[in-house]
Design a protein around this ligand. Structure first.
Ligand code: NAD
Length: 439
């Protein structure tokens, strides 16, 4: 029986391995992590990650061919294939701080593999890493090899040896190692760039009376552009887009390509601009101050159907509102109060000035309350900000919300999910990203 061990039971490692386990019952899959609480959660009824369908998949194969363990060394030693899916955050200190990927976790995983291995291994880079990381990993493994043969693959999306069980052959792309490593960074950079492009267009739409949805629809009809990923929003988030672009910027700079680096930096700058533009719009619409006003925030996760809040635009928006002395009441169906308070207490890293962390006033977070119902969040509020495109926000009883709000009652739709016309008929003043204020 082929044995797979995945180092790192996070957002990538856990779900990816669960899918491999259910698709390949003849393979034993063990997901290991140094974090005991994380492993305990994977072994409990309440998984550490919310993804639609994930509970069913995990529960169907856990204890059969899918296992979660903190016994990292034992399972690495026994595995034929090792996926390394550890975190690769942006470095916060030293050379490349604020841009380069921090490969500390990666390196320690590689050293541990070299220490405990007694048989040949296929080592798969599942984490997103800078191009040429495999060269560094190979050095660590072969210099400590004790005659063991290591094959190193980069698998940002699919691994042929395993995925051939269920992925059609024509969908499996084989490239050289450096192309594979760079492809992941390039894919995230292109996706983020597309969002920044449409968001930049949304600002121009607002300034000129054009409607970004109409512009997106029109350009999406051109098959060279295509209709996907053209929704204007309050900005992109998630653990990867910003981190991977910063990494790309750093790699460009290290390779003597400052103009290329500046090009990609602009994608992040537009994203930051979009978030601050949203906050400015909220404040300016509400008579230039939100001091002492209650603002309901609906949605905190960086996208719908997840509890993941890493780099979510909601953090910056809430901090902006709190900075203007608003009382912020937050509701998200999947994000806990602890998580929200922790996110808001964290300092934002200033990547242009890596040595200067922006301070957060410890009292600021006290202006934030987290509630478990959208109606409760909006009760007595002056304005509602929609920051995540959860389906349930489309179906809320907005008449009920309106009746319980201060007047004039504002809705700031950061995801363009509500029917602005209907809300205006109820009596709301509605701001939708990239659309004329009168509809
Ligand atoms: P994560 O932080 O959720 O999980 C990483 C896990 O690795 C943590 O639980 C940590 O405890 C564990 N870990 C670190 N060092 C370890 C070690 N030496 N031994 C055992 N466990 C160790 O991160 P994630 O979101 O799963 O991302 C992992 C990688 O995949 C990153 O490089 C990320 O850029 C990339 N990626 C993430 C996504 C995403 O949607 N989250 C998508 C594509 C790629």
């Amino acid at each position: 029986m082929v044995k797979i061990c995945c180092i790192g039971a996070g957002y990538v490692g856990g779900p990816t391995m669960a899918v491999i386990a259910i698709k390949c019952p003849a393979i034993e899959v063990v997901v290991v992590d140094i974090s005991k609480p994380r492993i305990d959660a994977w072994n409990s009824d309440t998984l550490p990650i919310y993804e639609p369908g994930l509970d069913d998949v995990v529960k169907a194969c856990r204890g059969k061919n899918l296992f979660f363990s903190t016994d990292v060394e034992k399972h690495v030693a026994e595995a034929d294939i090792i996926f390394v899916s550890v975190n690769t955050p942006t470095k916060t200190r030293g050379l490349g701080a604020g841009k380069a990927a921090d490969l500390t976790y990666w390196e320690s995983a590689a050293r541990m593999i070299a220490d405990v291995s007694k048989s040949d291994k296929i080592v798969v880079e599942k984490s997103t890493v800078p191009v040429k990381t495999a060269e560094a990993i190979e050095k660590i493994l072969t210099h400590n090899s004790k005659g063991i043969n290591y094959q190193i693959l980069s698998n940002p999306e699919f691994l042929k040896e395993v995925y051939a069980h269920w992925v059609p052959e024509e969908n499996i792309i084989t490239t050289n190692l450096w192309s594979a490593e760079l492809s992941k960074l390039a894919a995230n950079a292109f996706l983020a760039q597309r969002i920044s492009s449409v968001n930049a267009m949304s600002a121009l739409c607002e300034a000129t009376g054009a409607n970004v949805s109409e512009v997106s629809y029109a350009i999406g009809k051109d098959s060279r552009i295509g209709p996907k990923f053209l929704n204007a929003s309050v900005g992109f988030g998630g653990s990867c887009f910003q981190k991977d672009i910063l990494n790309l910027v750093y790699i460009c700079e290290c390779n003597g390509l400052p103009e290329v680096a500046n090009y990609w930096k602009q994608v992040i700058k537009i994203n930051d601009y979009q978030k601050s533009r949203f906050v400015n719009r909220v404040v300016s619409s509400m008579f230039n101050t939100v001091s002492g006003k209650k603002i309901a925030v609906l949605g905190f996760a960086f996208k719908k159907d997840t509890g993941d809040t890493r780099e979510t635009p909601a953090i910056d928006v809430c901090k902006g509102l709190v900075g203007d002395k608003a009382q912020v009441s937050i509701y998200d169906p999947q994000v806990t109060e602890d998580q929200i308070q922790r996110d808001l207490a964290m300092n934002k890293f200033d990547w242009d000035h890596p040595m200067h962390l922006q301070p957060t006033s410890p009292t600021a977070v006290k202006q934030v309350s987290v509630v478990w119902d959208a109606y409760e969040a909006a009760k007595g509020a002056h304005g509602v900000c929609i920051l995540t495109e959860w389906d349930e926000f489309k179906k809320l009883d907005y008449q009920k919300i309106f009746d319980n709000m201060q007047k004039p009652a504002f809705v700031f739709d950061g995801r363009n999910v509500v029917d602005a016309e209907k809300l205006r008929e109820i009596g709301f003043i509605v701001y939708s990203i990239g659309k004329p204020l009168d509809g």
